[in-house]
Ligand binder design. Structure first.
Ligand SMILES: [Cu+2]
Length: 178
Protein backbone atom coordinates (compact mmCIF):
# COMPACT_ATOMS: atom_id res chain seq x y z
CA UNK A 1 0.00 0.00 0.00
CA UNK A 2 1.38 3.40 -0.93
CA UNK A 3 0.38 6.71 0.62
CA UNK A 4 -0.60 9.60 -1.60
CA UNK A 5 -1.60 13.21 -1.07
CA UNK A 6 -5.07 13.52 0.49
CA UNK A 7 -4.95 10.04 1.96
CA UNK A 8 -6.82 10.02 5.30
CA UNK A 9 -3.92 8.01 6.79
CA UNK A 10 -1.68 11.06 6.39
CA UNK A 11 -4.21 13.35 8.11
CA UNK A 12 -4.57 10.88 10.98
CA UNK A 13 -0.77 10.62 11.26
CA UNK A 14 -0.39 14.41 11.46
CA UNK A 15 -3.15 14.72 14.10
CA UNK A 16 -1.46 12.04 16.23
CA UNK A 17 1.98 13.65 15.81
CA UNK A 18 0.60 17.04 16.95
CA UNK A 19 -1.17 15.46 19.94
CA UNK A 20 2.01 13.56 20.90
CA UNK A 21 4.03 16.79 20.68
CA UNK A 22 1.49 18.65 22.89
CA UNK A 23 1.64 15.83 25.42
CA UNK A 24 5.45 15.94 25.41
CA UNK A 25 5.31 19.74 25.99
CA UNK A 26 2.94 19.20 28.94
CA UNK A 27 5.43 16.76 30.50
CA UNK A 28 8.28 19.24 30.00
CA UNK A 29 6.27 22.07 31.66
CA UNK A 30 5.34 19.80 34.57
CA UNK A 31 8.97 18.71 34.87
CA UNK A 32 10.21 22.30 35.01
CA UNK A 33 7.63 23.30 37.65
CA UNK A 34 8.13 20.18 39.75
CA UNK A 35 10.30 21.89 42.35
CA UNK A 36 8.08 24.95 43.02
CA UNK A 37 5.42 25.10 45.72
CA UNK A 38 1.89 26.06 44.59
CA UNK A 39 -0.85 26.67 47.16
CA UNK A 40 -3.96 24.52 47.17
CA UNK A 41 -6.25 27.52 46.63
CA UNK A 42 -4.41 28.37 43.42
CA UNK A 43 -4.54 24.76 42.12
CA UNK A 44 -8.25 24.65 42.95
CA UNK A 45 -8.99 27.87 41.02
CA UNK A 46 -7.02 26.87 37.95
CA UNK A 47 -8.50 23.37 37.86
CA UNK A 48 -12.08 24.66 38.03
CA UNK A 49 -11.35 27.30 35.40
CA UNK A 50 -10.00 24.56 33.11
CA UNK A 51 -12.79 22.12 33.88
CA UNK A 52 -15.61 24.45 32.78
CA UNK A 53 -13.86 25.26 29.51
CA UNK A 54 -13.00 21.60 28.89
CA UNK A 55 -16.68 20.66 29.31
CA UNK A 56 -17.72 23.45 26.92
CA UNK A 57 -15.15 22.29 24.36
CA UNK A 58 -16.31 18.66 24.58
CA UNK A 59 -19.94 19.75 24.14
CA UNK A 60 -19.07 21.81 21.05
CA UNK A 61 -17.02 18.95 19.53
CA UNK A 62 -19.75 16.42 20.33
CA UNK A 63 -22.54 18.51 18.78
CA UNK A 64 -20.41 19.22 15.68
CA UNK A 65 -19.34 15.60 15.11
CA UNK A 66 -22.85 14.21 15.64
CA UNK A 67 -24.43 17.03 13.61
CA UNK A 68 -22.13 16.52 10.63
CA UNK A 69 -22.03 12.71 10.59
CA UNK A 70 -25.65 11.92 11.44
CA UNK A 71 -26.93 12.87 8.00
CA UNK A 72 -24.39 10.66 6.22
CA UNK A 73 -25.33 7.50 8.08
CA UNK A 74 -26.11 4.86 5.44
CA UNK A 75 -28.88 3.22 7.44
CA UNK A 76 -32.36 3.73 6.06
CA UNK A 77 -34.15 6.86 7.23
CA UNK A 78 -37.20 7.24 4.97
CA UNK A 79 -37.33 8.50 1.39
CA UNK A 80 -38.04 5.01 0.01
CA UNK A 81 -39.99 6.44 -2.94
CA UNK A 82 -36.93 8.11 -4.47
CA UNK A 83 -34.71 5.05 -4.12
CA UNK A 84 -34.01 2.08 -6.38
CA UNK A 85 -34.46 -1.07 -4.33
CA UNK A 86 -31.90 -3.83 -4.84
CA UNK A 87 -33.05 -7.11 -3.31
CA UNK A 88 -30.06 -8.85 -1.76
CA UNK A 89 -30.26 -12.47 -0.63
CA UNK A 90 -27.39 -14.23 1.09
CA UNK A 91 -27.05 -17.99 1.43
CA UNK A 92 -24.38 -20.64 1.87
CA UNK A 93 -22.40 -19.66 -0.15
CA UNK A 94 -23.65 -17.03 -2.59
CA UNK A 95 -25.02 -13.50 -2.90
CA UNK A 96 -27.96 -12.83 -5.19
CA UNK A 97 -28.64 -9.20 -6.20
CA UNK A 98 -31.73 -8.12 -8.17
CA UNK A 99 -31.06 -5.98 -10.13
CA UNK A 100 -27.27 -6.46 -10.27
CA UNK A 101 -26.59 -3.17 -12.05
CA UNK A 102 -27.68 0.50 -11.77
CA UNK A 103 -26.65 3.73 -13.56
CA UNK A 104 -24.13 5.99 -11.79
CA UNK A 105 -25.70 8.47 -9.37
CA UNK A 106 -28.55 6.18 -8.39
CA UNK A 107 -29.82 6.37 -4.85
CA UNK A 108 -29.91 2.71 -3.91
CA UNK A 109 -31.67 0.96 -1.06
CA UNK A 110 -30.19 -2.49 -0.48
CA UNK A 111 -32.88 -4.71 1.07
CA UNK A 112 -30.81 -7.48 2.62
CA UNK A 113 -31.89 -10.87 3.94
CA UNK A 114 -30.63 -14.45 4.24
CA UNK A 115 -32.14 -17.85 3.47
CA UNK A 116 -30.17 -19.81 6.06
CA UNK A 117 -27.71 -18.41 8.63
CA UNK A 118 -26.42 -14.92 9.43
CA UNK A 119 -24.16 -13.39 6.80
CA UNK A 120 -22.43 -10.02 6.65
CA UNK A 121 -23.21 -7.97 3.53
CA UNK A 122 -20.12 -5.86 2.82
CA UNK A 123 -20.04 -3.58 -0.25
CA UNK A 124 -16.64 -2.48 -1.65
CA UNK A 125 -16.25 0.34 -4.18
CA UNK A 126 -14.15 -0.08 -7.40
CA UNK A 127 -11.01 0.91 -5.40
CA UNK A 128 -11.55 -1.85 -2.87
CA UNK A 129 -12.76 0.41 -0.04
CA UNK A 130 -15.57 -0.85 2.17
CA UNK A 131 -18.40 1.69 1.75
CA UNK A 132 -21.28 -0.06 3.51
CA UNK A 133 -22.08 -3.06 5.62
CA UNK A 134 -25.21 -4.57 7.10
CA UNK A 135 -26.17 -7.95 8.56
CA UNK A 136 -28.03 -10.44 6.36
CA UNK A 137 -30.33 -12.31 8.75
CA UNK A 138 -32.90 -15.04 8.11
CA UNK A 139 -36.42 -13.71 8.71
CA UNK A 140 -35.35 -10.05 8.68
CA UNK A 141 -34.94 -7.42 5.98
CA UNK A 142 -32.21 -4.94 6.84
CA UNK A 143 -31.92 -1.77 4.78
CA UNK A 144 -28.77 0.00 3.64
CA UNK A 145 -29.10 3.33 1.79
CA UNK A 146 -26.20 4.45 -0.41
CA UNK A 147 -25.78 6.82 -3.34
CA UNK A 148 -23.47 5.13 -5.85
CA UNK A 149 -22.00 8.01 -7.83
CA UNK A 150 -18.92 6.29 -9.23
CA UNK A 151 -19.17 3.93 -12.20
CA UNK A 152 -17.35 0.63 -11.99
CA UNK A 153 -17.51 -2.86 -10.62
CA UNK A 154 -18.36 -3.02 -6.91
CA UNK A 155 -17.63 -6.17 -4.95
CA UNK A 156 -19.72 -7.85 -2.30
CA UNK A 157 -18.00 -9.95 0.33
CA UNK A 158 -19.42 -11.86 3.26
CA UNK A 159 -18.18 -10.30 6.53
CA UNK A 160 -19.63 -12.88 8.90
CA UNK A 161 -18.03 -16.32 9.26
CA UNK A 162 -20.91 -18.46 8.03
CA UNK A 163 -19.48 -21.86 7.18
CA UNK A 164 -16.71 -23.74 5.41
CA UNK A 165 -16.83 -21.80 2.14
CA UNK A 166 -17.38 -18.39 3.76
CA UNK A 167 -14.27 -16.96 2.08
CA UNK A 168 -15.62 -17.76 -1.39
CA UNK A 169 -18.90 -15.96 -0.76
CA UNK A 170 -18.49 -13.04 -3.16
CA UNK A 171 -20.34 -11.35 -5.98
CA UNK A 172 -20.17 -8.14 -7.98
CA UNK A 173 -22.50 -5.20 -8.50
CA UNK A 174 -22.04 -2.96 -11.52
CA UNK A 175 -22.58 0.79 -11.64
CA UNK A 176 -22.73 1.87 -15.29
CA UNK A 177 -21.67 5.27 -16.64
CA UNK A 178 -24.45 7.45 -18.06
CU1 LIG B 1 -21.53 -15.76 4.63
Amino acid sequence: MSLHYGDPQIAIGIVFAVLALLLACAFVVIGIQAGTEVGFQRVHEVAYWLRKRWLALLLVIGVLVVGISLFDLPYAGGGAASRTVVKVTGGQFFWSLVPDSVPAGTKVRFNVTSIDVNHGFGLYDPHGHLIGSVQAMPGYHNLLDLTLSEAGVYRIRCLELCGLNHSTMQNTFTVTAH
